[in-house]
Design a protein around this ligand. Structure first.
Ligand code: TF8
Length: 338
C-alpha cells in the first residue's frame, strides 16, 4: 500500500470518528443579542420577548444572551428595521405592516378581512405562503423567523361611537405608516394620518388625532382607554407581528446558534399566541370597566365596510404580484375547509 493511500485511509477514519463528536459539542459562542420591540414590558409583546430570551438562554447553556428592549427605546419599527439591515442591531419584533416599504410582498397581510378567525391566520402564516413572504426579506437584509399575533384590529376614537360607515366621516385617525392602511381608511371616509406607534399615545392625549385602530390587547396595555372614549368592534384586519434578525448578523452565526434562535422563536410564538388570545378574550370587559363605551357593528354595516374596501384588493394584488395574491386566496380557502 502506498504511503499516499495509507494517509488517505487514516484521514478518512479520523474524519468519520470526529463527525459524531462535532454534532455533540455544539458550536455556540458567547453572544449578546439586542431584541427591540415597540410596546411596553407589560404587554403581550413584552411577555413573549421575555419567553424568547429565556428559551435562548436555556438552549444555549446561558451562552447566548437576549437583551429585550421594549417601549421603542431603540426606535420605532422603521428605525429598528434599518438598524437590522445595517447590522447595528441584531433582532426585533414588529408589525408586518411597517415592513411593506422594505419588502412589498408583506402587504398581503394588510388585506382587509383576509382571515375570519385565528385558525385561518395560523394555517396561512405558518404554511408555505407565510414562509414565502418571510423569505422575501432575505434579499433586503433581514431574516424572518416566525409570526406572532398582534391580532384583529378595532377602532377607537373620542368623537362618537362608530356604528355605521358615515360615522367615520372627518375623524382624524392615526394609521400605521403603510399605504394600504392609509388608502383603506380614506376610502372609508376617515381623515387618515400615518404616525409611528411610539408617538401615538401623546398624539391621542393632545388630540392631534381623534382615534386609532389596534387589537384589544394593545388598547389595554398601552392605556389608550385613558385617552379614548369609544371602541367599535370592527375586526377589519388581522395584523401579524414578525420576529426578524439582521441578515448580516445571522450569516455570522454557526448553524447551531441559528437553530437555537429559530427553535426559541417557535416556542415564543406558541406562547405568544396563547397568551394574546387569553388576554383578548377578557379584554373587552376590562376596557369597559376602565370606562370605554363599546359597540358592535351590525352584520349589514360590516358588509358595507367590506364592500367599500374590496376596491383596495386590486392594488394589493398588483403590488404583491397576482401569483402571490392567488396562492394566498387558495391557502385561506383551504384553511376554511373549502
Ligand atoms: C401599530 C402596531 C404596533 C406594532 C408594535 C409597535 O399600531 O399595531 O403594535 O407596530 O410592534 O403600530
Amino acid at each position: 500500500m502506498s504511503m499516499f493511500r495509507r494517509t488517505l485511509i487514516a484521514a478518512t477514519a479520523a474524519a468519520a470518528f470526529a463527525a459524531p463528536f462535532a454534532s455533540f459539542a455544539q458550536d455556540i459562542k458567547p453572544r449578546l443579542i439586542r431584541f427591540g420591540y415597540g410596546l411596553n414590558e407589560q404587554s403581550n409583546q413584552g411577555r413573549a420577548a421575555k419567553v424568547f430570551a429565556d428559551e435562548v438562554a436555556k438552549a444555549s447553556g446561558g451562552k447566548m444572551k437576549i437583551r429585550a428592549i421594549g417601549a421603542a427605546a431603540l426606535g420605532p419599527d422603521n428605525q429598528m428595521q434599518q438598524a437590522l439591515i445595517g447590522g447595528a442591531q441584531e433582532m426585533m419584533v414588529g408589525s408586518t405592516a411597517t415592513l411593506v416599504g422594505i419588502s412589498k410582498e408583506m402587504a398581503i397581510w394588510d388585506t382587509p378581512f383576509l382571515f375570519s378567525n385565528t385558525k385561518e391566520a395560523d394555517a396561512v402564516l405558518d404554511g408555505p405562503v407565510g414562509q414565502k413572504v418571510m423569505d422575501k426579506l432575505q434579499e433586503k437584509g433581514l431574516v424572518g423567523l416566525v409570526y406572532w399575533e398582534n391580532g384583529f384590529r378595532n377602532l377607537t376614537n373620542t368623537k362618537r361611537p362608530v356604528t355605521k360607515l358615515e360615522d367615520l366621516d372627518g375623524i382624524k385617525l392615526r394609521v400605521m405608516p403603510n399605504d394600504v392602511y392609509l388608502e383603506s381608511f380614506k376610502i372609508l371616509g376617515a381623515n387618515a394620518v400615518p404616525l409611528a406607534f411610539s408617538e401615538l399615545f401623546t398624539a391621542l392625549e393632545t388630540k392631534t388625532v381623534d382615534g386609532q385602530e389596534n387589537p384589544y390587547n394593545t388598547i389595554l396595555s398601552s392605556k389608550f382607554y385613558e385617552v379614548q372614549k369609544y371602541l367599535s368592534v370592527t375586526n377589519h384586519v388581522y395584523s401579524p407581528w414578525i420576529v426578524t434578525v439582521s441578515k448580516k448578523y445571522w450569516d455570522g452565526l454557526s448553524k447551531d446558534e441559528q437553530k437555537v434562535l429559530l427553535d426559541a422563536a417557535k416556542k415564543s410564538r406558541d406562547f405568544e399566541r396563547q397568551d394574546t388570545r387569553a388576554e383578548a378574550a377578557k379584554a373587552l370587559a376590562d376596557l369597559k370597566s376602565k370606562g370605554m363605551q363599546i359597540n358592535e357593528l351590525t352584520p349589514a354595516e360590516t358588509a358595507r365596510m367590506r364592500d367599500k374596501l374590496t376596491k383596495i384588493n386590486a392594488s394589493i394584488a398588483s403590488n404583491v404580484g397576482m401569483d402571490l395574491w392567488k396562492e394566498t386566496q387558495a391557502a385561506v380557502a383551504q384553511a376554511r375547509g373549502g
